[in-house]
Design a protein around this ligand. Structure first.
Ligand code: CAA
Length: 496
């Protein structure tokens, strides 16, 4: 895959800025519960054009492509995952739906200030009772002759404490099928001051990512004009799903946390001697570093491919899900090993490692939990919207395509249901976890083989990634019997 000079310049510019002393001080100042909102960081990123990176130039943005957006977030996450999330959500979940679905008046009203880093928005989809099951949200917007009266509560809303507007999803038609009765709105936040009809909850005390403050947002007989409608009535679920497809690329870009861990662990291993030998010479430590590099490079292949498809206006959502699932699950798996390279120091805040540990717990949960991504990926694969053509060594022969057999097994297990709804989802989910590896193998044989973007990757020679993937195919090919489903079913029966 080829990147332009602009992509490289952007990467270097953000990297240089994130290494400056004032950013280190901001992390200390804002990365704890109940700190003030990190507007200082938003403004610093605005100076580089990053608050409006995808916003068209006519609205004061940088008008850059989607690959630029994810490159910027990777670089921010390498240093400050919490700060990166503030910008990530601001751009992808609040900016994107306005750019894509907003009226001329809505764009004019919000985009210039968003691009300039003067305001932020927040995305209000999740409710206390409905997270993954987004089609069933209960917030209701009653249509009146001159506007809508909105009642309902949203929760886990990142940036809400600082938001000047909300991209709000509410039911407008209770009789229609759940996903067809939802509409999207752009609700300005200043109205709450006058009538207290939008009430913010206390800032949630999270495990990490403190700079990205989140809270509950309750709408109590909140009146908004017809002009707040985003798109048309009934289009809200589609707007939410398309925004989340876009946003999943930005969350996958938190793979920068893996890069941050790689660099910190490498530096520590080079400097630390144990039993007369530098850690960097010890095979067990070297393997951890190679695993981090593998996790990062495979995540980047999937993410860059997804962002490129989006830049080319082609369907990309399935790759966004593959990238998000793989990067977040790999991060969650490998971060403990990275911490062990640091030994006791890795448990101390002085080492920075605990921030990365807690930040690494979140990506499998937010903006579509891993099981949502698994279900989206499987659904697309079964319906042939996601085409994986990899010829898998040791498993496929030209006459017997075992990837196709695997798909047939999954189809039989799911029996027409989506994996999220199915009672026999254990095997299906195991297959879903395997598919990003297959997709990466495909990409390596095609786009990335022709042009290995070494400037962005850890591996100089991608044939090492091919060998690791082949070894994983040999060892980790999903097998119903190895999952011991009946053993765990009866164990669960006993304890529950
Ligand atoms: N793009 C466009 N349309 C889509 C779509 C997509 N990606 N995905 C589904 N649709 C359409 C379908 O085509 C279908 O339309 P038709 O009926 O016209 O054919 C319709 O939407 C319904 O599709 P499904 O039957 O697949 O919908 P579902 O109810 O089964 O839901 C789901 C599927 C993938 C689980 C979805 O509910 C989902 O993504 N859930 C997770 C939500 C999520 O990520 N929440 C986190 C939000 S972040 C937040 O709120 C807080 C914050 O600050 C970050």
């Amino acid at each position: 895959m080829k990147f332009s000079d602009e992509h490289l310049i952007l990467r270097d510019t953000v990297r240089k800025r994130m290494a400056e002393q004032d950013i280190k001080e901001m992390i200390k100042k804002y990365e704890h519960h109940n700190a003030p909102f990190a507007w200082e960081f938003v403004r610093a990123m605005a100076e580089l054009g990053l608050t409006g990176i995808n916003i068209p130039e006519e609205y004061g943005g940088a008008g850059m492509d989607n690959r630029s957006g994810v490159i910027a977030i990777i670089e921010m996450s390498r240093v400050w995952p919490g700060g990166a999330l503030v910008l990530g959500v601001g751009n992808s979940l609040a900016g994107y739906p306005l750019i894509r679905f907003g009226s001329a008046a809505q764009k004019e009203k919000y985009l210039p200030d968003l691009a300039a880093g003067k305001i932020l928005g927040a995305f209000c989809l999740t409710e206390p009772g409905f997270g993954s099951d987004a089609a069933n949200i209960a917030t209701f917007a009653e249509s009146l002759y001159d506007g809508y009266l909105i009642n309902g509560t949203k929760d886990f809303i990142t940036n809400a404490p600082a938001a000047s507007f909300f991209i709000l999803f509410a039911r407008t038609d209770k009789k229609a099928a759940p996903h067809k009765g939802i509409s999207a709105f752009v609700v300005p936040m200043n109205e709450r001051i006058a009538d207290k009809s939008i009430v913010l909850g206390k800032i949630h005390h999270k495990e990490g990512l403190h700079a990205a403050q989140m809270c509950e947002v309750a709408f109590k007989d909140h009146f908004t004009c017809h002009c707040a409608l985003l798109g048309k009535e009934g289009q809200g679920f589609g707007i939410a799903m398309q925004t989340l497809d876009h946003g999943r690329n930005w969350i996958a870009a938190q793979l920068g946390i893996i890069d941050g861990l790689f660099e910190k662990c490498k530096r520590h291993a080079e400097n630390r001697k144990t039993f007369g030998l530098s850690l960097i010479k010890r095979p067990a430590i070297r393997h951890v570093l190679a695993k981090l590099a593998f996790a990062s490079d495979v995540s980047k292949m999937l993410l860059f491919h997804s962002a490129k498809l989006e830049d080319e206006d082609k369907p990309f959502g399935h790759y966004a899900s593959l990238a998000k699932l793989f990067s977040s699950e790999e991060l969650a798996k490998i971060k403990g090993e990275a911490q062990s390279v640091y030994g006791g120091m890795g448990y101390l805040y002085e080492s920075d490692i605990p921030h990365f540990m807690t930040a690494g717990d979140a990506p499998p949960i937010y903006e579509g939990a891993s099981n949502v991504q698994r279900s989206v990926i499987l659904d697309a694969w079964i319906k042939r919207k996601l085409l994986l053509s990899a010829f898998i060594p040791f498993h496929d022969t030209p006459t017997e395509n075992s990837l196709e057999l695997l798909k047939q097994k999954v189809e039989r297990k799911l029996n027409g249901k989506k994996a999220l709804e199915s009672e026999s989802q254990v095997f299906a989910f195991a297959v879903a976890d395997f598919l990003p590896l297959v997709a990466a193998y495909d990409l390596l044989q095609n786009d990335f083989l022709k042009e290995w973007p070494g400037e962005f990757m850890h591996f100089k020679n991608p044939s090492h990634i091919l060998r690791i993937l082949e070894s994983k195919f040999r060892k980790e090919w999903p097998d119903q019997n190895k999952l011991d489903v009946p053993v765990w079913d009866s164990a669960a029966e006993d304890v529950l």
